[in-house]
Ligand binder design. Structure first.
Ligand code: ZN
Length: 138
């Protein structure tokens, strides 16, 4: 049974490098997925792993229906897990879609707001957020 991940050219792809393609908050989800896939007979061929529209995308070379279903379950689960810390989260729809917990949603929205304001220098747009972004980032 395979237990090593490889790229489409058959070259070894260390698990920590695979995980580095997504936020730290999803590492447990993806690692569990990889373990389960190997148990189901996956040959380890991985084409791409990334975040897209707030969700995990995990593209493999090939596998059984069971394997593809297991990937689908993980991809769906990712929409409810904060990419940054792994706490329960939800997809945010302001600007770039990300899946974040409440604390990270607030901190990133404040950061975006501050960046936009610095850019614009126009009359302030009240967003109701006046926290120091550093105060909520762990
Ligand atoms: Zn978070």
């Amino acid at each position: 049974m395979a237990s090593e991940i490889t790229d489409p050219y058959g070259r070894p792809w260390p698990r920590e490098d695979v995980l580095a393609n997504v936020g730290r908050g999803w590492h447990k989800l993806v690692s569990q997925l990889i373990d389960d896939l190997f148990e189901m007979g996956w040959n380890g061929e991985l084409h791409q792993i990334k975040e897209k529209f707030g969700g995990l995308r995990f593209y493999i070379g090939g596998g059984s229906d069971e394997i593809h279903e297991r990937i689908w379950v993980a991809e769906n689960a990712s929409f409810k897990i904060c990419e940054r810390c792994g706490e329960p989260g939800r997809a945010t729809h302001e600007g770039w879609i990300r899946t974040l917990c409440e604390a990270h949603e607030v901190s990133e929205r404040v950061r975006d707001f501050v960046q936009q304001e610095a850019h614009r220098k126009g009359p302030g747009v009240s967003s109701g957020d006046s926290h120091d972004p550093d105060a909520v980032v762990p």
